[in-house]
Design a protein. Structure first.
Length: 248
């Protein structure tokens, strides 16, 4: 091959390489966006673990306003505590996970927040499916697993995934929630030793009734006075009839 022909071939190859690189960069833009979860050194069965979530914005004219997370098996909404996030955003639990939402972020601004998990389950990895909502109503669905979805070239919406190290020696699964059963008071020393206990009188909240009152609260002197009056009236009537009969 003559030298001029070789130079032209090299120049053409270089130009084609530049064009191919530019096309790859232009088409790879959407694939760069992603949602992630991080917890450095997280282990299975570890307690009070801080999880940091990132959700990149894919919109060029609307801001992120809400993130809804569907919790994986082994973690319940009551296990999650909100620590920090974008200014003005609030945390709320749902039947299948939780939401973090608030005033829309600036266009192109990524969302980041931190939650604490009471205890991680005894598994190798956790997937946190996430729905990312924008102020214009659009929703990015970061819910695809590694072996599903996408176009085979990294252009999908994989769900945030957290790989866990094996549980530490001696780590156990704690109770998912307090039992709520009433506690039983410990027996006194007398009861424990089998000695009979003597009931002690406790003062009543209401003073004892006065001995001059009956069961209905009426003073006893009242019915006694009424009875005496009846007897006097009856005796007077009998005396008056007897006297009248004697006079006749």
């Amino acid at each position: 091959m003559h030298r001029p022909t070789l130079v032209r071939s090299l120049r053409l190859s270089g130009a084609l390489s530049v064009v191919a690189f530019a096309v790859a960069v232009a088409t790879a833009g959407p694939a760069v966006a992603h949602a992630e979860v991080e917890a450095e050194g997280a282990r299975a069965l570890e307690q009070n673990v801080e999880l940091t979530f990132f959700a990149e914005s894919e919109s060029s004219d609307a801001g992120v306003s809400k993130l809804e997370v569907i919790l994986p098996k082994g973690i319940t909404p009551s296990d999650i505590t909100y620590k920090e996030g974008p200014a003005g955003w609030k945390f709320a639990t749902t039947s299948r996970g939780y939401t973090v939402s608030g005033p829309k972020l600036a266009v192109g601004e990524d969302a980041e927040y931190v939650v604490t998990v009471r205890q991680l389950p005894d598994v190798k990895s956790l997937v946190f499916k996430t729905l990312q909502s924008y102020s214009d109503g659009h929703v990015d669905r970061w819910i695809e697993l590694e072996d599903t979805g996408g176009d085979g070239h990294g252009h999908g919406h994989p769900a945030p995934r957290l790989d866990l190290k094996p549980a530490a020696d001696g780590a156990t699964l704690v109770s998912p929630s307090p039992t709520g059963k009433p506690t039983t008071a410990a027996p006194s020393s007398d009861t424990a030793s089998g000695a009979p206990t003597t009931a002690t009188a406790t003062p009543s909240a209401k003073p004892a009734a006065d001995s001059t009152e009956g069961d209905d609260g009426m003073p006893i002197a009242v019915p006694l006075g009424v009875g005496a009056a009846v007897l006097l009236l009856g005796g007077g009537a009998w005396w008056f009839r007897s006297r009248r009969s004697g006079s006749a």
